[in-house]
Ligand binder design. Structure first.
Ligand code: PLP
Length: 760
């Protein structure tokens, strides 16, 4: 049977009717089964040694289209759907997006699983099965409301493995149920994402119209949400419960599987390697040591084994993200690992007595990253600049004692999802020009440089961008109610809301542009500014920035004199699916974090790959993008990371002198203008205004002038259409370095060493 016949027969079995008579959801369920069956026929990548990628987040996105693509079934299925009056794009809308992540860190983990599977590496991801994910963002009264985000339906990618694990807490034992999601590689084997669920989860614990629930009901709430509110003690304890639950499940699974592959535990490091993605999974280190001792190993050997097993990735230099748990909390959750932690701390202190290197500090707080650095064999940052900052300042004390452990692994993204699946027309054009080799060897994109002066190719590139803008405009109309002009320049900043990412700086430019239009200075072409991102519910300033954006959106959209020249649309509930629509449509990619603060960014890479030109600071991977494309194909502004770091050290930053320069003060004051207060909440706007002039912790104002100048220059340059299209082309051609296949191959070469171990 060919693909269409198989599908028609599956439809008849499941729904008892012809394919053309089915609705989108019915077709979706059939495709889900079809795809799962195809994945079941694949062989899992295997070998003696296996990678376990531990991460609190896996922001996988919808899986249907990507899986079909990797399995080589996309075109057949799409053709079948079209015969039946539908298309994959229509069907996809029926798939709920699992919200098992927050942002870049979780998306990175998902990209790495795709690349591991594709490169044939035996690698599984380990995470928790959060029933309601992070949260679903809804806007009401120009404010973010957090709702539950259910994604598990009776038809789902989850497979119950039937495997169950016991996890012991201080006063109770709980049962973990293991669910698997298959991860097919591109034209190659596959891996798995292991999701541990609390078997006794009770969804009815959660309030109807929000995300509140009893934080103390551990035997019911453990896997309800990712990152539950930790502003109170119960919330913080719950996070420790979640972390230990994941660490214990992971440790049990790793030992069980290694033994099944023939390990006698003394040789465990020949069978497994553990990548700890940020500090949340760090308790896997004491837990593994404890379990090895329980199985009869001496403590010295148990520690030595774990030291050769675990590697750590640092994702941020923001102090708030470097977890430090009171020992008292850990004692309350998992007293069995407390003596291990004291022993690890003692041994570290004997060798390295300096207090900043301690695992347990004078206040009895456990520094999770310090466990990873002392007792892991590898520490990596995620972009060249970031790793340099770790070595020179943030982790300098550790770098001095363990220089051999440190290394850089610049992030990457999977080109299957972020080019082949999300931008089919562009992928087709590239294939027509340079052949299909770029799909498995991204460096071949450089061949596109031959077409830098080819007017016909540049026009087609532009036409594809136009098509994608049309598609995004339709989505924005539906999602935000704003009618965006498809002929506008699309200027996009989509990412989590955080002061360091400086959406507020973007909004100051929007205010400036609004005032210019009101004063009769019209832009040459209309400008569509697109924002999107969730903010942590307890993060006040981020909520206030969302409020400002939504108030400005209404102000602009309700002004008939401004609307034809400027549109502002803030995507509600920004997620991977929205990213897949926004990124291919972008002209100007806003990557404007305060230099030194964005460890890498991966959004910047996806935008570049899809032909957007970056407007950015010399931060994170922007630095590497600039090196690759050259200064004429990127727009850089703002103070250097060195200067920013020096300023933090001197503790002498004061926003007021910058507020006084030119019209900056007028723009900042517009936040509390009569116009905006008439729309929004005076207290929120005033609080944000005060934050900017009294504190401005992420130094928005010193960069404002150079930001405005760079953005204006970009808009002017956009009008030279052939020159701009050539910039697009160079950006695409130079994006190959940012393939997660390259990143994963580097991890394997320098850290995991799976290929060497497993090749015959
Ligand atoms: C890529 C991605 C991110 C990360 O974006 P940054 O700009 O690197 O912060 C966050 N969310 C989603 C949905 C993404 O796809």
């Amino acid at each position: 049977m060919n693909c269409a016949e198989q599908l028609n027969s599956l439809v008849r079995k499941r729904w008892g009717k012809a394919s053309a008579a089915c609705d989108a959801h019915q077709l979706y369920t059939v495709l889900l089964d079809f795809c799962k069956a195809a994945m079941g026929r694949q062989t899992h990548n295997s070998g003696k040694k296996k990678l376990y990628y531990l991460s609190m987040e896996f922001l996988v996105g919808r899986l249907l289209a990507g899986n079909l693509l990797n399995l080589g079934l996309y075109d057949d299925v799409d053709a079948w759907l079209r015969e039946n009056g539908s298309s994959l794009a229509d069907i996809e809308a029926s798939e709920p997006e699992p919200s098992l992540g927050n942002g870049g860190l979780g998306r990175l983990a998902a990209c790495y699983l795709d690349s591991c599977a594709t490169l044939g590496l035996p690698a599984d991801g380990i995470c928790l099965c959060y029933h309601f994910g992070l949260f679903r963002q809804a806007f009401e009264d120009h404010k973010q409301h957090a709702l539950r985000n259910p994604w598990i339906e009776s038809d789902s990618w989850l497979e119950d493995t039937g495997r169950r694990y016991a996890v012991q807490f201080a006063d109770t034992q709980v049962e973990a149920a293991l669910y698997d999601v298959d991860v097919p590689g591109y034209q190659n084997g596959s891996g798995r994402l292991h999701l541990f669920d609390l078997a006794t989860t009770d969804e009815s614990l959660v309030e109807k119209d929000g995300i509140g629930f009893d934080k103390t009901a551990i035997t019911k709430n453990l896997t309800l949400f990712l990152y539950p509110d930790d502003s109170g003690r119960d919330g913080r304890l719950l996070r420790v419960y979640q972390e230990y639950f994941m660490a214990s499940c992971a440790a049990q699974l790793i030992l069980e599987e290694a033994e099944a592959r023939g390990s006698n535990l003394h040789d465990l490091a020949d069978y497994a390697v553990v990548q700890i993605n940020d500090t949340h999974p760090s308790m896997v280190i004491p837990e593994l040591i404890r379990l090895l001792m329980q199985r009869g190993l001496e403590i010295d050997e148990a520690i030595a084994i774990v030291e050769s097993l675990c590697a750590f990735t640092n994702h941020t230099i923001l102090a708030e993200a470097l977890e430090k748990w009171p020992m008292e909390y850990i004692g309350e959750v998992a007293p069995q690992i407390v003596p291990v932690l004291w022993e690890l701390d003692l041994r570290a202190k004997e060798k390295y007595p300096a207090p900043p290197l301690a695992i347990i500090d004078e206040d009895n707080r456990v520094h999770m990253a310090h466990i990873d650095i002392h007792y892991g064999f590898s520490v990596n940052g995620v972009a060249a600049l970031h790793t340099g900052i770790l070595e020179k300042s943030e982790l300098a004390d550790f770098y001095k004692i363990y220089p051999e452990k440190f290394g850089n692994k610049t992030n990457g993204v999977t080109f299957r999802r972020w080019l082949l699946a999300c931008n089919r027309p562009l992928a087709a054009l590239i294939e027509e020009l340079i052949g299909p080799g770029f799909k498995t060897d991204a460096t071949q994109l450089e061949k596109l440089l031959d077409y830098k002066k080819d007017a016909a190719v540049l026009r087609r590139l532009d036409a594809i961008k136009q098509e994608n803008k049309q598609r995004l405009a339709a989505f924005l109309q539906e999602n935000t109610g704003v009618a965006v002009d498809p002929g506008a320049v699309f200027d996009i900043q989509v990412k989590r809301l955080h002061e360091y990412k400086r959406q507020q700086l973007n909004l100051l430019w929007v205010i400036r542009q609004y005032l210019a239009i009101k004063a009769g200075r019209l832009p040459k072409r209309s400008i569509a500014v697109v924002l999107g991102g969730k903010a942590a519910p307890a993060y006040v300033t981020a909520q206030d920035i969302i409020h400002l954006a939504l108030c400005l959106q209404q102000l602009i959209d309700s002004d008939a004199a401004v609307r034809p020249h400027l549109q502002l649309a803030m995507i509600e509930n920004y997620n991977v699916s929205a990213a897949e629509l926004a990124i291919p449509a972008c002209d100007i990619s806003e990557q404007i974090s305060l230099a030194s603060k964005e460890a890498s960014g991966t959004g910047n890479m996806k935008f570049m790959l899809n032909g957007a030109v970056t407007l950015g600071t010399m931060d994170g991977a922007n630095v590497e993008i600039a090196q690759l494309v050259g200064r004429e194909n990127i727009y850089i502004f703002g103070e250097s990371s060195d200067k920013v770091i020096a300023r933090y050290k001197a503790e002498d930053y004061d926003p007021l002198p910058y507020y006084a320069i030119d019209d900056i003060g007028r723009l900042v004051d517009f936040i509390v203008s009569r116009e905006l207060i008439a729309i929004g909440d005076r207290a929120c706007l005033a609080r944000l205004h005060r934050e900017l002039i009294a504190k401005d912790w992420f130094m928005t104002l010193p960069d404002a002038q150079s930001y405005f100048a760079a953005r204006d220059r970009m808009l002017a340059d956009y009008e030279d259409r052939p020159a701009w299209a050539a910039k697009m082309l160079v950006n695409i051609a130079k994006a190959g370095f940012f393939s997660s296949d390259r990143a994963v191959a580097e991890y394997d070469r320098d850290i995991w060493r799976l290929s060497g171990q497993n090749s015959p």
